[in-house]
Design a protein around this ligand. Structure first.
Ligand code: FEO
Length: 397
């Protein structure tokens, strides 16, 4: 694929990672692949904004070479230290040893701890500017969106916001603009990205968007470092972020997440779901041991209610559920209600320990939990059905 000129003299020189299937270790599933977007701005001075994941350095360098010799790069803007964007720095800086790097103080520290190189690095803060010639780059610190070092770069002359991870999506595509891809797929991936990566930082994101709106800057294109660029209506994704950050999309919906050994807990889950559905509540059910966690989290994001169930094993919940609840705790969900159920053979433990983890996570358990010995009988299944109806009332009010 050739470099793509996104504005006169500004080129996408990133790479498409068609076959990556998990991200951030294995915490995020990427069934549609991803891209690592890097941008080359050719002016009197030449600036590279971000790089790509290290194994793809050669591909990015070849793409740059189609425009200029890499040795002519004067500046490298490092919006974010995470290695999916900085991984090609060792390779590219070898080709342009005179280039100066720009980023936040935390970025400088993070780059050193990742690469142990003494690059010529200029620390920048919000409001600092770098003149390239006809164009000037402005910097805007964006700490915790989503790492302490994160930063946005803005080019006023081109009305171009280079937002790094913010507004990104894990979506590999040969078409790079929002008006060239399926809008439903794009928004689905953008929401999945927000919920699994940015959800805990919602208040920070709201404040940052307010700060940008107060700056009254014009934006023609938002160019993130993953996935598709927003040019059709950049306000659409900004407004979506505001809505997500304010929890405006939550609705009376319940997501049941369970893990089962011999199907007793599964039977309970289905009866609880039947109770919810009979009350008119939108309901989704996942056996967490068989499900894509990234997708489950996305399904939970617009749900007011979460219901967790597990069989007891060694006096505790089953292990996939334990890992899932730990992951959920890290996402710091706010204003959600929960309920708990489970089964056991001789001594319980799963229900109590799920309740404790939810308490630690700040999620309120809204109805008394149900625990069943061995297999649920007819009366217990009726209790499960009623439990679903009772929970439906809690999330419908
Ligand atoms: Fe896409 Fe935080 O790196």
């Amino acid at each position: 694929m050739k470099p793509l000129e996104i504005k006169k003299g500004i080129y996408w020189v990133g790479v498409i990672d068609w076959n990556v299937r998990t991200f951030h270790g294995h915490t995020y599933s990427t069934p549609r692949g991803t891209t690592y977007n890097a941008y080359l701005i050719v002016d009197e001075k030449i600036a590279l904004v971000d790089t790509v994941y290290g194994p793809f350095a050669g591909e990015m360098i070849e793409r740059i070479r189609e425009i200029v010799e890499p040795g002519k790069i004067d500046y490298i803007i490092v919006n974010h230290v995470e290695t999916d964007h900085s991984g090609a720095l060792p390779a590219i800086t070898k080709l342009c040893p005179g280039a100066k790097l720009f980023g936040t103080e935390k970025c400088k520290e993070g780059l050193y701890r990742n690469y142990y190189e003494n690059w010529d690095f200029c620390v920048v803060k919000t409001g600092d500017k770098l003149k390239l010639g006809k164009r000037t780059l402005g910097f805007l610190e964006a700490a915790m969106i989503h790492w302490p070092d994160s930063m946005f770069t803005y080019c006023a002359e081109e009305k171009l916001l280079l937002s790094n991870d913010a507004f990104g999506q894990h979506l590999a595509s040969s078409k790079l603009f929002d008006d060239e891809v399926d809008e439903c797929v794009l928004m689905d991936e953008a929401e999945k990205y927000y919920t699994n990566i940015l959800w805990p930082f919602s208040m920070i994101i709201l404040r940052k968007i307010e700060e940008i709106q107060k700056m009254n800057i014009a934006i023609d294109i938002i160019a993130p470092s993953h996935g598709i660029l927003w040019r059709k209506d950049p306000a659409k994704i900004i407004n979506a972020y505001v809505s997500w950050a304010k929890n405006e999309t939550t609705k009376p919906k319940a997501v049941i997440i369970y893990e089962t050994m011999w199907q007793s807990t599964a039977k309970m889950a289905y009866e609880i779901a039947a109770g919810l559905i009979s009350s008119g509540v939108e309901t989704a059910v996942f056996d967490i041991a068989l499900s894509d966690r990234t997708e489950v989290i996305k399904q939970m994001f617009n749900a007011k209610g979460f219901i967790f169930g597990s069989s007891t094993h060694d006096n505790d919940m089953l292990p996939v559920m334990a890992g899932f609840l730990k992951f959920l705790k890290g996402l710091k969900p706010k204003n959600r209600r929960a309920a708990v159920f489970g089964s056991y053979g001789w001594a319980g433990g799963a229900v109590k320990n799920i309740e404790e983890l939810l308490k630690e996570s700040g999620i309120e358990v809204s109805v008394p939990s149900i625990s069943v010995k061995y297999r649920p009988d007819k009366n217990e299944l009726t209790r499960c059905f009623d439990f679903g109806k009772e929970f439906a009332k809690k999330i419908s009010s």
